[in-house]
Design a binder for this molecule. Structure first.
Ligand code: AMP
Length: 147
C-alpha cells in the first residue's frame, strides 16, 4: 500500500533538507500528502523547569525564528501541505505522535545521526519518535559533518 500522508519532523537546521527530499521521493509515485512538524521545546523544560527569570520574551523570539524558518521551507518546497503542517510548543515525541494520530498520517520521517556509544545513551529524537509511534517511522541517515 503506498503512503497517503507523510509527516516530516524537521529540526529547522540545514540537515532537514535530506529528510524532506527523502519524504518527497516517497510521496511522488502515489502523490501522497507531505506535511511538516517542528516542536519548540519550552525553555523552562530545557533548563529543568527551575529558572529564576522570565523566559517568555526569549521563548517568543525562539518561536518567531522557528516560524520564519518554516516559511522558508514552504517557499523552497511548494508542494508541502502548509495547512496540515504544525509549529507548536511541547515535547517532540509526544507532539509528533499526537499530530500523526490526529492527521491520520501513515508515515513519520525523521533524520538520524546514527549515534552509538555514549551519544546513543543520551538519546536521539529519531529513537524517541520510533517508540510507541502510531504508524511507520523512517529514519533518514544524516551524514556526519566533517570537523
Ligand atoms: P536529533 O536526534 O535531535 O539530532 O534529531 C534528529 C531528527 O529528529 C531531526 O533530523 C528531525 O527529523 C527530528 N527532530 C529533532 N528535533 C526536532 C524538533 N524540535 N521538532 C521536530 N523534529 C525534530
Amino acid at each position: 500500500m503506498p503512503y497517503e500522508h507523510i509527516l516530516v519532523a524537521v529540526d529547522l537546521t540545514e540537515e532537514c533538507d535530506p529528510v524532506i527530499k527523502r519524504a518527497r521521493e516517497l510521496a511522488g509515485p502515489s502523490n501522497a500528502k507531505v506535511s511538516l512538524v517542528h516542536i519548540v521545546e519550552p525553555m523552562a523544560m530545557a533548563f529543568g523547569g527551575d529558572v529564576p527569570m522570565d523566559l517568555s520574551q526569549l521563548q517568543q523570539q525562539q518561536f518567531d525564528q522557528a516560524k520564519e524558518r518554516m516559511d522558508r521551507l514552504f517557499n523552497k518546497y511548494p508542494e508541502i501541505n502548509r495547512g496540515d503542517s504544525h509549529l507548536t510548543y511541547g515535547q517532540p515525541r509526544q507532539e509528533i505522535h499526537q499530530l500523526a494520530k490526529d492527521q491520520h498520517c501513515d508515515l513519520i520521517v525523521v533524520g538520524s545521526h546514527g549515534r552509538h556509544g555514549l551519544a546513543l545513551l543520551l538519546g536521539s529524537t529519531a529513537n524517541d519518535v520510533l517508540h510507541g509511534a502510531p504508524c511507520d517511522v523512517l529514519a533518514v541517515r544524516l551524514q556526519k559533518k566533517a570537523d
